[in-house]
Design a protein around this ligand. Structure first.
Ligand code: GLN
Length: 571
């Protein structure tokens, strides 16, 4: 067989452009099948949750899966985007800043997200342009087809591995968007290259209920499927989102007009919890349909973990109110993983967590009255000074009134500042994020420590002129602390996304004043968790524990926090 090197030599000899077909770049003995999930009609149909639930459905049959999101926007990653634009930035263990859907993938499946799990148009173009500058295209005119589409195909095929049965790839955006065209063309070609037995197209659409007519409408779905067909993609299955169960005759109509088999039209009505979606897809027969297409054995899926989770959610006897004091509270998606982790914490204690979003700045203008009927307070991560005074009012209120408090990243930094100011008597304590020339920066850039030999990897995002500590780091827990009790182990690993750190210059002084350092890097060099004494539960961490919480394995700190809140409410 002619191989890659042969073509490369030929290309340099005769000066024609050569782009290795993606299939030549990867060797594998086991076949990884690919499922592409596209969306139609409108956005926000829950495509990420459906894709993740499909992953759960295959795992429930003992298959190994991986997942990937292809995002049509031009940002190289979502790290620099406003949470209002994009919702939360999810961080993988390897330190990649990714789309929040990857959070769903990790919560629903055991797949580990990494830098190969999220590609944007920007990232694809960046790699192609870098190769063009290096001369890799040997004089060719570099074009969307084939260069961009080949780069996309390479990104998808990089998921192939001996231990991966199925790779699920979600295409961001809605079919018909100009931006997503190259991605759709790339997956069309992948079907051509790999065949129907190795690829499947699942299209998620909306079947709206028109109240005045009293009818579910199938036309938008027909148009969306037509749009896909225009670019050469014939859906293998249609997932129809609707408020209600879709009657048989409407499904028959969709099947006929969209040219899909009758059993491939599956309705996905609204459910009371997202963790019920794997079961909805199973009941619709989606897993069996796809496995049949792939000629893979189709044992009965074991969905007992999902059944248990739903049962727990539905049977919880008590509701507790957690006040989430943040800057982006108008868009709950900005705190997606925190919201989910709080619910997971509730599952361990048979309580439903109701999140009351409190705008930090409103506390500055209206005072802390809004906190009076709250059972526990959480201050999540954030950037910049705006709203920090309000967050510190909430932290002080929690500390002085024995209200369980959980601080995350910026929430921890502000807890340290609040403690320094009001307990340790360092009145002008602050973070150098808010005042570069601060006299008492109890939170600061620890570059000096790093220059002296400290080893923390910081990614350099040049345009923002700063460096971030990103991804998983080990943390050693100190004996006889709340954190150690909740985790019930000595060394943990947690994910980070921040520039500033607890300033060690003030560690002794703050500890003398009663601040407890309960977690550090294993060499004791950076403070990772702090607590205060004689308080029912006041714990704040520099990392983002929400990223590793799972519904079937609630995070120890979220569980500890909710447990303390429940105990307090029950008194
Ligand atoms: N702004 C703070 C820092 O950069 C905290 C970041 C965060 O909360 N993720 O260190």
């Amino acid at each position: 067989m002619l191989d890659k090197d042969f073509y490369q030599v030929l290309a340099s000899t005769f000066r024609f452009w050569y782009i290795p077909p993606p299939s030549m770049n990867h060797t594998t003995t086991k076949k990884t099948r690919f499922i592409f999930v596209t969306g139609g009609v409108v956005s926000s149909l829950g495509k990420g949750i459906v894709a993740a639930s499909l992953g759960a459905l295959f795992e429930a049959r003992g298959l190994t899966i991986t997942m990937q999101k292809l995002d049509p926007y031009i940002n190289v990653d979502p790290g620099t985007m406003s949470p209002y634009q994009h919702g939360e930035v999810f961080v993988s263990d390897d330190g990649t800043e990714t789309d929040l859907d990857l959070g769903h993938y990790e919560r629903f499946t055991h797949a580990k997200m990494s830098k190969r799990s999220n590609y944007t148009t920007g990232r694809i173009y960046e790699s192609v342009i870098r190769r063009e500058r290096r001369g890799d295209y040997l004089g060719a005119t570099v074009q969307v087809i084939p260069h961009i589409t080949n780069a996309i195909k390479d990104a998808v095929l990089s998921l192939r591995a001996d231990d991966v049965d199925i790779a699920i790839i979600e295409i961001g955006g809605t079919v018909g968007d100009i931006e997503s065209q190259p991605f759709l063309e790339a997956i069309r070609q992948l079907r051509f290259d790999l065949g129907r037995e190795n690829t499947a197209f699942i299209h998620l659409t909306l079947v709206p209920y028109v109240a005045v007519a009293g009818e579910l409408k199938t036309k938008p779905t027909q148009h969306s499927v037509q749009k896909l067909r225009e670019i050469g993609i014939q859906a293998d299955a249609l997932l129809c989102r609707s408020e209600y169960t879709i009657p048989k005759n409407e499904k028959d109509k969709i099947a006929l007009f969209c040219n899909v088999p009758r059993d491939a039209v599956i309705d996905v009505p609204d459910v009371d919890t997202i963790y019920a979606v794997p079961k909805v897809l199973r009941d619709g027969g989606l897993g069996s349909l796809i496995l049949n297409q792939f000629s893979i054995d189709d044992p009965m899926p074991d969905l007992s973990i999902w059944d248990d989770i739903c049962q727990k959610i539905r049977s919880s006897k008590m509701e507790i109110k957690i006040g989430m004091v943040g800057k982006y509270v108008a868009l709950p998606d900005a705190y997606k993983s925190v919201n989910e982790a709080l619910q997971h914490g509730g599952l361990n204690h048979d309580v439903t967590v109701k999140i009351i979003y409190i705008h930090a700045e409103s506390l500055e203008t209206d005072g802390v009255a809004a906190l009076e009927h709250i059972d526990g307070i959480l201050v999540p991560g954030g950037f910049g000074q705006r709203g920090t005074a309000g967050k510190m009012l909430a932290i002080r209120y929690a500390r002085e009134n024995n209200i369980p408090f959980f601080g995350i990243c910026l929430g921890m930094q502000l807890a340290v500042i609040e403690f320094a100011r009001h307990v340790a008597g360092i009145e002008d304590a602050t973070s150098s994020e808010f005042d570069e020339c601060a006299k008492h920066p109890v939170i600061a850039l620890m570059t000096q420590w790093e220059q002296e030999g400290g080893h923390v990897h910081r990614s350099f995002d040049s345009d923002l002129g700063g460096t971030m500590r990103l991804g998983g780091y080990p943390c050693k827990l100190i004996a006889d602390t709340q954190a150690r009790k909740d985790y019930n182990q000595e060394t943990i690993r947690e994910r980070h996304r921040h520039r500033y750190e607890f300033n060690n210059t003030y560690r002794e002084e703050l500890e003398r004043a009663g601040l407890i350092v309960s977690g550090t890097l294993p060499d004791n060099s950076l403070v990772e968790i702090i607590e205060v004494k004689n308080h029912p539960w006041f714990v704040a961490c520099q990392f983002h524990p929400e990223f590793i919480s799972r519904p079937y394995a609630p995070h120890p700190l979220f569980s500890g926090f909710i447990g303390a809140v429940k105990a307090k409410v029950n008194v």
